[in-house]
Design a protein around this ligand. Structure first.
Ligand SMILES: *[C@@H]1O[C@H](CO)[C@@H](O)[C@H](O)[C@H]1NC(C)=O
Ligand SMILES: *[C@@H]1O[C@H](CO)[C@@H](O)[C@H](O)[C@H]1NC(C)=O
Ligand SMILES: *[C@@H]1O[C@H](CO)[C@@H](O)[C@H](O)[C@H]1NC(C)=O
Ligand SMILES: *[C@@H]1O[C@H](CO)[C@@H](O)[C@H](O)[C@H]1NC(C)=O
Length: 340
């Protein structure tokens, strides 16, 4: 069976030096999603990721890789990459076919989706770990480890049947293992090396505050936005003085198109207790200096205006009028309002 021949990636090399400067662990994985609509209609979508940065997409008509970064080829030759492309393409067809052929046997119901994730992870100072996983309708179904397919505990009898079949593909599994213990870690290391500049860049976050929809009467939802930072790890907390506010709600860190990140962090407080709050941001690009944004009541500018500026203007007007009256007229109308 050609099926599975291709699955690249993964495995068992000790971590080298070149990933030291990166967040850990570093992983490279290929994700293939196959949507089955009926017995003659399927859709394939493939992509490759270095941690959470997409490095490749895949032309599902020609099977060609699309290199999303100048360094997406690592140090592999065009010939090596084309060989891999061919394998991936053949593999995706084989994979799809196996599922199409077992719809009834495995009690799959159209429409359904099967995902395949295969890759390797490197931790400094530890052996790298390879993985191949299959998910059905978004839930783990089976994984490949130590030359064997293992059913996911929650995959039921379907997972066991899938593994039973896949475990008969000895040649393919051996190929898988070889690819894993060889190709993936080498490719990952060469990507880390070639993409160093983009991967290790430090981008300072921009941050600003706003309010969200009021959670309940008399309450405010304070929102701290942090945008445009790289790398991804960031610490953000609502504070009152030096005290961390445990009610801080952290959203998901979302990607921008340029590879930087966005995060919003909110706090539900009584409107009367919003004063003195601040949002504190800690990030590697800030050189140890936290960014602190103090919450100011949005209407405080209006209050300052009303309380200070308006009386000042009135006083100034009155003084001017009195002074004018006193200087140019001696008339009694100065005791009343000017009428002209
Ligand atoms: C399969 O699904 C596609 C798209 O939904 C549809 O156009 C096609 O007619 C279906 N074929 C069969 C045999 O049901
Ligand atoms: C290829 O992928 C595109 C989405 O990128 C999808 O619309 C199309 O149907 C896919 N074609 C096949 C044959 O899977
Ligand atoms: C992998 O399989 C081999 C042979 O079947 C066995 O000797 C070894 O202990 C297994 N390793 C792990 C981590 O399960
Ligand atoms: C490719 O990169 C890897 C990791 O950086 C390195 O070990 C290997 O020697 C390089 N191969 C070539 C042909 O330069």
């Amino acid at each position: 069976m050609l099926f599975l021949q291709l699955v690249l990636l993964v495995v068992l090399l000790p971590g080298g030096d070149s990933e030291d400067a990166f967040q850990e662990p570093m992983s490279f994985q290929i994700i293939l999603t196959v949507s089955f609509y009926n017995h003659s209609w399927t859709q394939n979508l493939g992509s490759a990721w270095l941690n959470e940065l997409q490095t490749h997409s895949w032309d599902n008509k020609t099977g060609a890789f699309i290199f999303l970064w100048p360094w997406s080829r690592g140090n592999w030759t065009t010939e090596q990459l084309m060989k891999l492309e061919k394998l991936l393409y053949t593999y995706s067809i084989g994979f799809r076919q196996v599922f199409q052929d077992h719809v009834r046997h495995w009690q799959l119901e159209y429409p359904f989706q099967v995902q395949l994730a295969e890759g390797c992870k490197l931790h400094t100072g530890e052996a790298s770990v390879g993985f191949v996983r299959i998910a059905y309708q978004g839930a783990d179904l089976a994984s490949f480890q130590n030359m064997t397919w293992w059913p996911s505990p929650k995959g039921g009898s379907r997972a066991q049947q899938v593994c039973k079949l896949f475990n008969q593909y000895h040649m393919t599994n051996e190929g898988l293992h070889t690819l894993f213990s060889d190709s993936c870690p080498r490719f990952l290391l060469s990507l880390l090396d070639a993409g160093k500049e983009d991967l290790q860049r430090q981008e300072r976050p921009e941050a600003w505050l706003s309010t969200g929809p009021s959670p309940s009467p008399g309450h405010l939802l304070l929102v701290c936005h942090i945008s445009g930072f790289h790398p991804k790890p960031v610490w953000v907390m609502w504070m009152r003085g030096e005290k961390e506010q445990q009610g801080t709600q952290r959203g998901d860190v979302l990607p921008h198109g340029d590879g930087t990140w966005y995060l919003q962090t909110s706090l539900d407080v009584k409107a009367s207790e919003a004063a003195d709050l601040s949002c504190r941001v800690r990030h590697s690009s800030l050189g140890g200096q936290d960014m602190v944004l103090h919450w100011e009541q949005p209407h405080s500018v209006g209050l300052v205006f009303l309380a200070v500026i308006v009386p000042l203007v009135l006083l100034a007007g009155l003084a001017l009028w009195l002074w004018k009256c006193w200087k140019t007229h001696w008339r009694p109308q100065c005791t009343g309002f000017p009428v002209e």
